[in-house]
Design a protein around this ligand. Structure first.
Ligand SMILES: Nc1ncnc2c1ncn2[C@@H]1O[C@H](COP(=O)(O)OP(=O)(O)O)[C@@H](O)[C@H]1O
Ligand SMILES: [Mg+2]
Length: 239
């Protein structure tokens, strides 16, 4: 499996109705490690991720996940296959408790039999969520809500997690915790597609990187090469 792409995005066209945002974008996510999705605000990263997980329809091109054509599969089918989005802005259910939010993350038929075990695993990773298990999600700090959003994603037993702007709006110390967590999860075998504004730290944790501009791939390569390319750094990454 390590030599073939887990996720293949082939000349994808997508957007909001007649407003096209992604114009024939191709990328691959290989199993293991972090693939970074970089690019300015409005480049189309979130739109791409929403389309990958089935919240927006494919308007052109193809999506393959673990060799299966999923471009027209319903969102819940994609979760079953192991493709799980942790959305930008966390999107936890504010009036539900931490425990209820986690439980909802694990309702798919593949993960459901192990939900109790998986809640314990999430609580081991995030002891603060265990302490706040019966609190409503709206009472959590931004960083804790991000932990909850990631924990809810883990409850679905992802093979590939789409992690959209996890450090957005967080205090620097909390952002560091999130990056440490990304390392931990990938060390445990999870594959991640990570959209992030913190280019420096993202290129440190990533194996491969794509730079998106106006819904197209403007540059791509091993993260170390992207990080070391003065032209790319200056033109696209503001470094
Ligand atoms: N719900 C929407 N309806 C119409 N246009 C949208 C919507 N959401 C985002 N857009 C537009 O799509 C483009 C890409 O946005 P987005 O995918 O959020 O970029 P990024 O995640 O890279 O910041 C932007 O021009 C944005 O204004
Ligand atoms: Mg975004």
């Amino acid at each position: 499996m390590s030599n073939t792409a887990m996720l293949e995005v082939d000349r994808l066209v997508t957007g909001y109705g007649s407003t096209r945002v992604v114009h024939g974008l191709s990328l691959q996510v290989r199993e293991g490690g972090v693939t970074a999705l970089l690019g300015a605000n409005g480049a189309g990263k979130t739109t791409l991720m929403k389309t990958l997980c089935g919240l927006l329809p494919v308007q052109g091109g193809a999506l393959r996940f673990l060799g299966e054509d999923i471009g027209h599969a319903a969102a819940d089918r994609r979760v079953l296959a192991g493709l799980v989005l942790v959305p930008e802005g966390r999107m936890v259910f504010p009036s539900l408790t931490v425990h209820e939010n986690l439980r909802l993350g694990g309702v798919n038929v593949r993960a459901r039999p192990r939900w109790k075990h998986n809640v314990e695993r999430v609580f081991d990773i995030f002891p603060r969520l265990r302490e706040r298990s019966s609190q409503q999600a709206m009472t959590l700090s931004g960083g804790e809500q991000q932990m909850l959003a990631i924990g809810r994603g883990l409850m679905a037993e992802p093979r590939l997690m789409l992690l959209d702007e996890p450090t957005l709006g967080l205090a620097p110390v909390m952002a560091l915790e999130i990056f440490a967590l990304v390392r931990r999860l990938t060390a445990e075998g999870l594959t991640l597609l990570l959209a992030e504004q913190d280019v420096h730290r993202t290129l440190e944790v990533a194996t491969h990187a794509y730079v998106v501009e106006n819904g197209r791939v403007a540059a791509e390569g091993p993260a170390a090469e992207i990080a070391g390319d003065p032209r790319i750094r200056q033109a696209y990454l503001g470094l």
